[in-house]
Design a binder for this molecule. Structure first.
Ligand SMILES: [Zn+2]
Length: 559
């Protein structure tokens, strides 16, 4: 990395004349006032520096969130592209994965701008009482205002070595200050020009509220995605920056539903998703407390990429269900949801092991999805596995097995989903799986599936029925003694004098030597709770969002 010495007189031009309004930027009349902290960069993905670029609205306020998460403003800038860096030496370069027009930078590539952590702190004749007072003094010496331990200072420069800072301090008549555990500096992106420094210990973290005009609902780029709301930069235990989006709960909900469904979907489906997402958030809001935020932005909690996919209908869906949640016996419902059920959802206890019976998370037969099957991804999906491939998958999961020669569904649920399967290897050893693992073990899309086995013998015929020839059991039915019919899978059994065994292989076939299992599945996801494509289908048939929710979560009330 190329280290650049920085001039003590780094250009710092602050020509702001606005006064600090007391209202929070971005707050609007529809807001419920609840601020959600969503983790965007955290854990192993914390950052040395993070960049913001104004989308709607211009400039930024600096401050922190109080105990009730109200924004407490301290200072501001009219710059439209800013970067927040930890108070250690940080080197910057253009990151090719982000648009240069957005002036996004990262520390992760070869760099040509350094933001040093050594500064000169000027003595002040009287105590500085505000950002404005510190700024006024800073502008006379090309320095910057620093909020340190609850008071105001004026500092100069951003040197990468203590020696350089010492020389500058002697010239300017100040003292040298260096790196700190919890401090952050805000610079004009792509430069070493510090606009503001915040160092208030472990408890208070810099929060940046984009936009200086309260009449404009600000939106902001972070890593090429656009977000409503504010950004918080926390250094947990003195580490790199944990970046959170501090966003109004209803705005968060709109962003989530636009990602979970699509802004082109029927509005009643979007409204059902809005209610489900609100409850889902509420029942998960404590998972990341030790990391300083409520919920993460990945599938671990709820996928969130800001407002990229929002539109008129997502805004309408959130506004028309504002604050509504699903309840069961006075308790917030656990509103799990997934893509599509292929014909039936499933009782939570047939999917996830343990836990109590949850009456509204029961399996329901879904007649709706089939009406739009042509739209649904993986509605009719096949995946094939050789016996050797299944063995490899099991071996990777630490099962000691030989080539798999049989794959049987041993139990189905009352709604027709697979509950238990067993693999048999060439040595006759069996490997049973149940509940969610009937899907996840082989990485299938759904627990709604059938299995056919082929490859040992191909090309023969099972029967001739007066002119027709059947070469496969697919699409054939057995008639029971009571007149009921049941569709046969590819490997039906027959009862003989010796017991139960497979129907004999087709006559006249050719042995190929390799067993191939074909899994034909319908649906995508875990099958607990609301099917999103089912909600789409119901909405298309004129059902309302509360009818959709009450169908997939029987017994819940919406209020
Ligand atoms: Zn999470």
């Amino acid at each position: 990395m190329k280290r650049k010495c920085l001039s003590a007189l780094c250009a710092l031009i602050l020509t702001m004349t606005v006064t600090l309004p007391t209202a929070r930027a971005g707050e609007d009349a529809a807001s419920t006032g609840q601020t959600v902290l969503v983790g965007l960069a955290y854990g192993s993905s914390t950052l040395d520096g993070a960049n913001l670029a104004n989308d709607k609205g211009s400039g930024y306020r600096f401050g922190y969130l109080d105990d009730s998460r109200a924004f407490v403003p301290l200072g501001y800038t009219s710059e439209t592209n800013i970067s927040v860096v930890k108070t250690q030496n940080v080197w910057y370069g253009i990151d090719p994965q982000y648009s240069e027009s957005l002036k996004c930078y990262s520390d992760s590539v070869s760099s040509d701008v350094a933001v040093g952590c050594w500064h000169v702190q000027l003595p002040t004749e009287a105590e500085l009482g505000s950002f404005e007072e510190a700024l006024a003094l800073a502008q006379t010496v090309s320095g910057f205002p620093a909020y340190v331990g609850g008071g105001w200072q004026v500092r100069l420069g951003a040197y990468t070595t203590q020696e350089e800072a010492q020389a500058a301090a002697e010239a300017a008549g100040g003292t040298v200050v260096g790196t700190s555990s919890y401090g952050v500096s805000v610079v004009k992106t792509g430069s070493s020009d510090i606009l503001f420094q915040f160092d208030a210990g472990a408890e208070q973290s810099l929060t940046v509220a984009p936009g200086l005009d309260d009449n404009v609902k600000a939106t902001t780029y972070f890593r090429s995605n656009r977000y409503y709301g504010m950004f918080q930069f926390r250094r947990i235990s003195g580490g790199d920056l944990t970046v959170c989006n501090a966003v109004d709960f209803e705005d968060y909900t709109e962003c989530v539903i636009s990602r979970e469904m699509s802004r082109s979907w029927p509005v009643e489906a979007l409204k059902a998703q809005a209610v489900a997402s609100r409850c889902y958030y509420e029942t998960r809001a404590n998972r990341h407390g030790s990391q300083g935020f409520d919920i993460c932005s990945t599938t671990h909690c709820q996928v969130y990429f800001g407002m990229a996919n929002t539109g008129e209908r997502t805004a309408q869906a959130v506004a028309e269900t504002a604050g509504l949640r699903a309840w069961y016996n006075g308790k917030l419902a656990q509103t799990y949801y997934f893509s599509s059920d292929g014909g039936a959802t499933e009782n939570v206890r047939n999917v996830w092991i343990g836990g109590e019976e949850i009456p509204y998370l029961c399996g329901v037969i879904d007649p709706y999805e089939a009406t739009i099957s042509e739209k649904i991804p993986y509605w009719n999906h096949t995946q094939t596995f050789t016996g050797a491939e299944i063995a490899q998958i099991l071996q990777n999961k630490k099962y000691n097995c030989a080539t798999i020669v049989d794959f049987q569904i041993t139990e189905t649920t009352p709604t027709g989903n697979v509950k238990s399967i067993v693999f048999t290897d060439a040595n006759g050893k069996t490997f049973p799986f149940t509940r969610e693992s009937v899907r996840t073990t082989l990485g299938l899309y759904s627990m709604h599936y059938t299995v056919t086995k082929s490859g040992e013998t191909t090309g023969g015929t099972y029967y001739t029925d007066g002119g027709g020839v059947i070469t496969s059991m697919n699409g054939t039915y057995a008639i029971g003694g009571d007149g009921s019919t049941r569709k046969l899978s590819g490997n039906p059994y027959v009862i003989t004098g010796d017991g139960v065994q497979y129907l004999p292989a087709p006559a006249g076939g050719t042995a190929t030597g390799e067993t191939v299992f074909t899994v034909t599945s319908s649906g995508w996801g875990h099958h607990v709770g609301m099917s999103q494509w089912g909600a789409y289908a119901m909405a298309q048939q004129g059902k309302t969002f509360d009818e959709i929710l009450k169908f997939y979560y029987p017994g819940v009330e919406i209020y």
